[in-house]
Design a protein around this ligand. Structure first.
Ligand code: SAH
Length: 213
């Protein structure tokens, strides 16, 4: 797989589109400009990789829409060195954006097939998460907690207590909450058992499901 001038041009236009939709974080835009999203997608979709749309990946899952990736990442205010837990590795695209932004990423995926493919794609791009694990994200990753940031990329019926527990004080979590469509919720941990919550609008995600398969 290779990255062509044509693909780079399309990425530049995608970035312009994201700016027009309100994405302001320069480091998020820089990451989207530089990461070849088509590497994370099936060959059949390569021509459309820089449309601002979600696309199917295997096992009935999706690679999130670039706007959604940009919005969630921007909301977390990612700084270099931040310890970030991602729930739902999927294709690995969101993971690569976080790594490009020099955060230390721990990413969990419940479907073995996707976990394995994302691992291969990321290593081809020489992008190395701190940990990439086949496991149920509802449990979080207690052995590496606490995390500065938690990014959930699947729709969750409610905010799992286990994930709140694994957030550091002053840490932030972005999580789509709801069944059919979701309200994007930004949670800040102010102290043990003290949180602030802000709703940031409607989005559409595949569901967060229990147990690894
Ligand atoms: N971040 C991904 C988005 C993938 S869609 C990307 O950029 O491509 C959401 C992913 O969450 C799917 O791969 C799905 O299998 C996974 N998922 C759903 N429930 C989960 C759970 N309990 N633990 C871990 N991953 C989960």
């Amino acid at each position: 797989m290779y990255d062509s001038i044509k693909q780079k041009g399309k990425r530049k236009r995608l970035v312009e589109k994201l700016v027009s939709k309100g994405i302001r974080d320069k480091r998020v835009l820089e990451a989207i400009l530089n990461i070849p999203r088509h590497f994370f997608m099936d060959k059949d979709f390569h021509d459309y990789a820089y449309d601002d749309k979600a696309f199917p990946i295997s096992n009935n899952q999706t690679i999130s829409q670039p706007y959604t990736v940009a919005f969630q990442t921007q909301s977390l205010d990612i700084n270099p060195g931040d310890k970030v837990l991602e729930i739902g590795t999927g294709s690995g695209y969101q993971t690569s954006i976080l790594i490009y932004m020099k955060s230390r990423v721990y990413t969990l995926e419940r479907i073995f097939d996707l976990h394995r493919m994302a691992k291969t794609t990321l290593s081809k791009l020489k992008m190395h998460p701190e940990k990439i694990k086949w496991s149920d994200g509802y449990l979080g990753l207690s052995e590496n907690a606490p995390f500065d940031k938690i990014l959930v990329t699947a729709g969750c019926p409610n905010i799992p207590t286990e994930l709140l527990n694994q957030l550091s004080i002053n840490g932030k979590m972005i999580i789509p909450v709801g069944l059919d469509d979701q309200e994007m919720c930004l949670v800040k941990k102010l102290g043990n058992n003290d949180y602030s919550k802000k709703n940031l609008g409607k989005f559409n995600f595949v569901p967060m499901l229990k147990d690894k398969i």
